[in-house]
Design a protein around this ligand. Structure first.
Ligand SMILES: NC(=O)c1ccc[n+]([C@@H]2O[C@H](COP(=O)([O-])OP(=O)(O)OC[C@H]3O[C@@H](n4cnc5c(N)ncnc54)[C@H](O)[C@@H]3O)[C@@H](O)[C@H]2O)c1
Length: 378
């Protein structure tokens, strides 16, 4: 079964195709977009080893030849060195303006290859073939591309919409569970920010999703993409509503920075903890009932996900330092930090006048729980 979600952005409209086994049809899906039957595939070594032959066979079935660049896996690949290598390789491969670059991997490859396509010859088209849950539900849709600067994450980039997204949910079978759950943090986010019905569906169906149920996975990816596409279409360059997609991210980015963007905390794990903190903060500010954050906590716990600062291994800075890290977020406007808060599950909104003393106290209490959680030595 393949389902389609449209992203109606006028001349830049595209489709997101979602289904198990889509790689076998990659050539047939991409061929109508090509002038000549040749693509440049940017991927990474782990994905290339697991699924490269299937993609190449799917392309070859429609007579499409593929030149392949496989970069090292990991967040470090989303930087200047890999960008230079990718762009120079695309030029050496004589990729022209009417050719297509195929980004085949998780969010790291999608962001990097999309940005390389955006700057190559002032803009070459690209196709996203996302291979992680996070990339299928979030990073491959919406056109945000870019790399990290030594001074911070995602500080260099461009809006460049893909021409097509092919999300083969069968690829998730090989994803390590930790990466699957990190991606699931973004799925939960959609329910929490704007669709209480979807959150209720997740409460019921997430165990099946986690166990690999094909139909449940397609539904979750589809609903997430529908929500993201709807928001992107209404606010492509994040002048307003698109900020809602950052639910959990103001806290999450500070925690990612505090843990050095390392394996101690994956992006989606930071988002899940951030969503919990955003709901805790909303309750503390009297914006929602205590029931809402309790429901979030119960669901994250049922899924075995990180949801508290106590779940992050190693040392963390104190509450003041964490608040300061939040202040470095891209979403600071006129010196004011934006928080995505909620009136209930599925009812998020942007708040710019949050009393940082309340945020500080919330974080100080969460940090105190970490100390309490450390086993005492005898
Ligand atoms: N552009 C956006 O809108 C947007 C949104 C959210 C996140 N992001 C970015 O996405 C990045 C994180 O993406 P990610 O979580 O996909 O990370 P990732 O690309 O590093 O992939 C995570 C891990 O999964 C492995 N992997 C990928 N596909 C696999 C598969 N099918 N089977 C087995 N292993 C597989 C990778 O080798 C890697 O180790 C971050 O850089 C983040 O900033 C971008």
């Amino acid at each position: 079964m393949t389902v389609t979600v449209g992203v109606p952005l006028g001349a830049r409209a595209y489709k997101i195709r979602i289904g198990a086994g889509l790689l076998a049809r990659a050539g047939a899906e991409i061929a109508p977009l090509l002038r000549r039957k040749r693509v440049a595939v940017v991927t990474e070594e782990r994905v290339a080893a697991l699924h490269g032959p299937a993609l190449e066979a799917g392309l070859a079935a429609a007579g499409i030849a593929a030149a392949v660049l496989a970069l090292p896996p990991g967040e470090a690949t989303k930087g200047w060195a890999a960008l230079e290598r990718t762009v120079e390789w695309l030029i050496a491969e004589r990729v022209a303006r009417d050719d297509l670059v195929v980004a085949f991997g998780g969010g790291v490859i999608g962001d990097l290859a999309g940005f390389a396509a955006a700057v190559l010859r002032r803009g070459v088209g690209f196709v996203q073939v996302p291979t992680t849950l996070l990339a299928q539900v979030d990073s491959s849709v919406g056109g945000k591309t870019g790399i990290n600067s030594v001074q911070g994450k995602n500080l260099v980039g461009a809006f460049h919409q893909p021409r097509l997204v092919l999300a083969d949910t069968g690829l998730l079978d090989t994803l390590p569970e930790r990466d699957f759950l990190a991606g699931y943090g973004e799925v939960v986010k959609y329910g929490l920010l704007g669709d209480a019905g979807f959150f209720a569906w997740l409460e019921e169906n997430a165990p099946a999703l986690r166990a690999g149920d094909a139909a449940a996975r397609i539904h979750a990816v589809r609903r997430s993409c529908e929500m993201k596409a709807g928001i992107v279409v209404r606010d492509e360059t994040e002048q307003g509503e698109r900020a809602l997609l950052n639910l959990g991210h103001t806290f999450g980015h500070a925690l990612e920075a505090a843990t050095g963007y390392s394996d101690r905390l994956l992006h989606g794990e930071g988002v899940a903890i951030g969503c919990q903190l955003a709901f805790d903060l909303s309750a503390r500010l009297g914006l929602c009932s205590q029931e809402a954050p309790s429901r979030v906590a119960a669901h994250l716990a049922a899924m075995g996900m990180k949801r508290d600062l106590a779940d992050i291994p190693g040392a963390l800075p104190d509450a003041d330092a964490l608040v300061a890290l939040m202040g470095q977020d891209k979403k600071v406007k006129d010196g004011q930090l934006a928080f995505i808060l909620a009136r209930d599950v599925g009812e998020a909104f942007v708040a710019r006048d949050v009393d940082l003393a309340v945020v500080r106290d919330l974080l100080a209490e969460a940090l105190a729980r970490r100390v309490a959680a450390v086993p005492t030595r005898r």
